[in-house]
Design a protein around this ligand. Structure first.
Ligand code: NDP
Ligand code: ZN
Length: 353
């Protein structure tokens, strides 16, 4: 079968041939329809995130997939059912996080991540998975099912942010998303129904498809070159929620300044080891006197995938088409992994139903 993989010592993903996987006990065989590409894939290719599966000279990429059950094997899944796989898997034996059904809460050394860290991903004609990690989704998600995994990360992050504000009457007037990449834009769409006013921060000139999308959603575009995050409260308004999806490390601290009294900042980005000075005393005081919270969040699990399906179903019809700007066949791997400002979300299509 075809697969898109990075080989050890190489810095480019390539189309390779490898044997179709055999499902083990409790696993189904899934025929892949589509796989999304995101910022994490580029970090994996560059060797800045995750790592190769042990004993493998290559890593199959891809963690945002949708497929159809080809062989249910001994699972309760129906053949022909559309499914979306979760990302995390137990290392050798299941640990307490997997036993509790909370693999998203496991530390990095107690889980593998398919397509990212220590396990092959889904960019191949077929993959196998235990039933517990395959989320059945409605047939309408054939094209947009690749958005369920990234939206599930947002569902988890917002669940944790809301939980941190659950002890009092948290006002949801204004929200700011930092970052106009796919994750930021998905989140911005999700926040429209919950907040009266929404903003999204980027660093692009017009015309730009992400700015068009931000404005079409009814949100305000904030250019970080003119209005740094710390100036947002005076230039616009203080925020009840800030969602960081830039991976720019200073934004974690700038978020504290952008928050309204009693607001919460949720951090998703995965920066490198950047070092810089912060006004620690002033920010500490602001957190305390402002009853503010900062929450970090990574990954997601089955319930978040299910909520993500509901969220995506409620978004405007045009949104999925506007976000997924490019669809490539596996053979066009070089094109698919080149970056360009007129692209938002790129997808590789392995097949259709
Ligand atoms: P992208 O890299 O596609 O998007 C990041 C966006 O942030 C880009 O549009 C970039 O702008 C913008 N940006 C970066 N720095 C600045 C800045 N200083 N001012 C304004 N805009 C800025 O990534 P994704 O959308 O896929 O993901 C966002 C982040 O979240 C990444 O760090 C990713 O690793 C992480 N992530 C975390 C997950 C989790 O579970 N915690 C899950 C998925 C992703 P431009 O394009 O113009 O450079
Ligand atoms: Zn992702």
């Amino acid at each position: 079968m075809r697969a898109i993989a990075v080989e050890r010592g190489d810095s480019q993903p390539r189309l390779i041939e490898k044997p179709r996987p055999e499902p083990g006990p409790g696993e189904a065989l899934v025929r892949t329809l589509r796989v999304g590409i995101d910022g994490t894939d580029f970090e994996v290719i560059d060797g800045n995130h995750g790592g190769f599966p042990a004993d493998s000279d290559h890593q199959v990429l891809g963690h945002e997939a949708v497929g159809v059950v080809e062989a249910s094997n001994d699972t309760d899944l129906e053949e022909g059912q559309l499914v979306v796989p979760t990302v995390r898997r137990p290392p050798n034996t299941a640990n307490e996080f997997f036993r509790r059904g909370e693999p998203d809460m496991a530390p990095p050394d107690q889980c593998l991540e398919r397509g990212i860290d220590g396990a092959h991903g889904y960019m191949a004609d077929y993959f196998t998975s235990p039933e517990a990690f395959l989320v059945p989704v409605p047939a309408a998600f054939e094209a947009t099912g690749i958005l369920i995994e990234p939206m599930s990360n947002t569902e988890k992050a917002l669940e944790h942010a809301s939980a941190s504000r659950s002890a009092f009457d948290w006002q949801r007037d204004a929200a700011l998303v930092l970052g106009n990449g796919p994750l930021g834009l998905l989140t911005l769409a999700r926040l429209q129904s919950e907040f009266d006013r929404t903003y999204c921060l980027g660093r692009r000139d017009r015309p730009d498809p992400t700015i068009d999308l931000i404005e079409r959603l009814g949100a305000t575009y904030v250019d970080s070159r003119e209005t740094p995050v710390t100036d947002v409260p005076t230039a616009y308004e203080p925020m009840d929620l800030v969602y960081e999806a830039t991976g720019y490390a200073k934004h974690a601290f700038d978020t504290i300044d952008a928050l309204e009294q009693n607001g919460v900042g949720v951090l998703l980005g995965l920066p490198g080891d950047d070092a810089f000075d912060v006004e620690g005393g002033r920010l500490h005081r602001s957190l305390v006197q402002g009853n503010k919270a900062l929450v970090g969040s990574v990954n997601s699990h089955v319930t978040h995938f299910e909520t993500a399906c509901e969220t995506l179903s409620a978004l405007p019809d045009w949104f999925g088409d506007a976000l997924v700007t490019d669809v490539f066949e596996p053979a066009a791997v070089d094109d698919a992994f080149s970056r360009s400002p007129d692209r938002i979300k790129t997808v590789i299509e392995f097949g259709s139903r």
